[in-house]
Design a protein around this ligand. Sequence first.
Ligand SMILES: Cc1cc2nc3c(=O)[nH]c(=O)nc-3n(C[C@H](O)[C@H](O)[C@H](O)COP(=O)(O)OP(=O)(O)OC[C@H]3O[C@@H](n4cnc5c(N)ncnc54)[C@H](O)[C@@H]3O)c2cc1C
Length: 335
Amino acid sequence: MIVLEEENKLAERDRAVEEIAARLGVRAERGKRFAELTSLRVGGAIDWVIAPDTEEQAAAIVYELDKAGIGWRPLGSGSNVLADDGDHHYVVLNLSDMKGEVRIERDRVSVSAGYSLPRLCIDVARSGLSGIEGLGGIPGTIGGALWMNAGAYGHEIGTVTESVRVAREGKVLDIPGESIQWNYRHTSFREGELLLGATLRLTPDDPERIKARMDDAKSRRLATQPHGARSAGCFFKNPPASTIGTGKMIDDMGMKGQRRGSAVVSPVHANFIVTEGENARAEDALALAEEIRERVRRDHGIELEYEVELWRANEPQINADEQTQMNADQSGKEE
Ligand SMILES: Cc1cc2nc3c(=O)[nH]c(=O)nc-3n(C[C@H](O)[C@H](O)[C@H](O)COP(=O)(O)OP(=O)(O)OC[C@H]3O[C@@H](n4cnc5c(N)ncnc54)[C@H](O)[C@@H]3O)c2cc1C
């Protein structure tokens, strides 16, 4: 009886998703798996993937989904997400097609959330704008970089973000960068917030000098990180009070090359978990990650915090009432 009720609810939700996508002229697909959409190449089935092309479309979609009480999550390139192997009964808003056009006016650069971060680093370097050249080797979209406050080699995206465009009540709203807290691989954006684009404020400099710094960051990255492997970058954050980095700590415990089924601690960088094989499983990566945390807890008394985002199939999704409350809270902060 309960199963039948559940199935009826899902069928009703499916009709609503189809109707919303058709009305707004946006592609909605079924049958995708996280294994196709994330850099770790693991993770289970997704009920619906919706891929908007423009910021306006994306804002309208989440407004309609919220009104209909349908759960959704935004995904960029999936380079910082570990989704479990279960069936994910929600809508994934795939933003990697929402590239838009980069607009450069003097030292200001406006870009949509789906644009590639490495591509933007090259674009602005060529235009003689400095401030993000350290980020050139970070895979992913601008939206993912803003959400995580991506950083490397002395640069962090938050420090150069003048404003962020977010979805509110079906519209695109510009909020100032200083109303956001930009912390270490974490921001004050809250679950259910959709980032549509940003305006960065950069510093004019000689294109050759910027390129040299970008090349330097790239070669340092190539020397210390696995390339061509399926990873999500650093799995854990560096502990705040520790003088020793997480990678070194795991390396010193002799865990490089440690394996759990299809997941391995990278022999190149111990804070990278890489997956192998056609049928790699999120379960293996999670078990290996927990083994590392257990060892670090035991040997160092430190509780490692995940840097990758763990997406569980059975997590409750944010509903429309919570969304409305969240937007009200955030508007309060902007004043
Ligand atoms: C080889 C490798 C090296 C890496 N090196 C670094 C590094 O040096 N520094 C670093 O900071 N990171 C690094 N990363 C991690 C990752 O590339 C960054 O976190 C990146 O910014 C994630 O972007 P993405 O588009 O792939 O986001 P996703 O992985 O798709 O999403 C990450 C989070 O952001 C949210 N999100 C994405 N887009 C939006 C949006 N438009 N609106 C709201 N929420 C959104 C998602 O819901 C999710 O919670 C590395 C990853 C790899 C694979």
